[in-house]
Design a binder for this molecule. Structure first.
Ligand SMILES: Nc1ncnc2c1ncn2[C@@H]1O[C@H](COP(=O)(O)OP(=O)(O)OP(=O)(O)O)[C@@H](O)[C@H]1O
Ligand SMILES: [Mg+2]
Length: 328
């Protein structure tokens, strides 16, 4: 029987700040199989990036993953690995494209060196073949004239090219899992489509699993096999992409779907937004964290936290006391 490539169980991460503790990720669990994509969607600040960084243990010193959290990668728990063992997994096993490509690239290092660095470190390649492979990688991610680009610095590249370089670095050691944290948010829609097609192509070619983080529900719906909707650090709904889109059960998910602008809408159709503010993650809440913004919320929603439970079909879970109807 196959086992998931990545199994995350009860992942909980706190960020310790001077003002207090932010529980940025709350009891998140999911499985991801080889070759599959999970889309993580949710509004800004809901914990998507901290979740990704927690999986690869790339958190700042003031963040802390709670003991009960389990991360099993390729059948092996990475909870108690040393930094050296973790470094072996990062790169070859799992790699990440960070949300902001400019800040993830070193501004004073030439592109070629930034790509070869990972090949020298993880694959122990010699300098010359590594440089050749760096050119091949840049070509594979659609960068023209790679032999010239390797001698340039990040500021000499456009946003789209920098994002491609970040992808080339992440893919350099052929990871089994790619975590792409908003890989296209800063790019215009045509470059966005190109980059996502490129990731699709590389994923199929390498049977790679992918965590695709985005606040764009439409994008997740057409690129992911399954979608996890996050709110207030928690997964509040989880289902195969088409099922979630066709029949959201959690009012928050429905509101996110309604917020997608549609080309067929007549001119001047007002954009739909979700009234109110996301929860302050520093303040513990008793009930459903979406209750203050939810038109269907009742007493139970405000007083008692709903758990993520499976629908009777078993692949659709949602955390809601007053779920929207099931369309059969
Ligand atoms: N370096 C930090 N210092 C203080 N708080 C932080 C830091 N990084 C994250 N947080 C807090 O942790 C929570 C989760 O942040 P995270 O960056 O994971 O959100 P996100 O869902 O990725 O948002 P976005 O869509 O804007 O990227 C937020 O409440 C944020 O304020
Ligand atoms: Mg983020």
């Amino acid at each position: 029987m196959s086992i998931p490539l990545l199994s995350v169980k009860h992942l909980t991460t706190d960020i310790h700040l001077e003002q207090g503790k932010v529980r940025a990720v709350r009891d998140v669990s999911f499985d991801l199989w080889q070759g599959k994509t999970i889309g993580i969607v949710g509004e800004s600040g809901c914990g998507k990036s901290i979740l990704c960084k927690s999986i690869l243990k790339l958190l700042p010193a003031y963040a802390h993953i709670l003991e009960k959290s389990q991360i099993i990668f390729n059948g092996r728990s990475i909870n108690n690995l040393t930094e050296k063992e973790l470094n072996k997994i990062r790169g070859q096993g799992a790699a990440m494209i960070f949300q902001d490509p400019l800040s993830s690239l070193n501004p004073v290092m030439k592109i070629g060196h930034q790509v070869t660095e990972t090949l020298l470190y993880h694959l122990k390649m010699e300098e010359e073949p590594a440089l050749k492979k760096a050119e091949d990688l840049l070509k594979a991610v659609g960068i023209a004239n790679p032999s010239q680009r390797i001698d340039q610095y990040p500021h000499q590249l456009s946003g789209g090219l920098r994002q491609r370089v970040a992808i080339a670095i992440a893919l350099a050691c052929e990871p089994k899992l790619l975590i792409a944290d908003e890989p296209t948010t800063a790019l215009d829609v045509t470059v966005q489509a190109e980059i996502l097609d490129l990731l699709d192509h590389l994923q199929i070619q390498r049977n790679m699993a992918m965590i695709l983080v985005t606040h764009d529900f439409g994008l997740a719906a057409c690129r992911a096999d399954e979608i996890a909707v996050m709110y207030g650090g928690k997964i509040v709904e989880y289902a195969p992409a088409e099922k979630l889109l066709a029949n959201p059960r959690m009012p928050y998910t429905k509101a996110l779907i309604n917020a997608i602008p549609r080309l067929e809408d007549p001119p001047h159709t007002p954009l739909q937004f979700i009234e109110g503010q996301p929860p302050n993650m520093m303040i513990p809440y008793a009930g459903c964290c979406f209750a203050p913004r939810c038109s269907l919320a009742g007493h139970q929603c405000r007083d008692q936290e709903p758990l993520l439970i499976n629908d009777d079909t078993d692949d659709h879970s949602f955390a809601c006391w007053n779920p929207l109807g099931k369309i059969s």
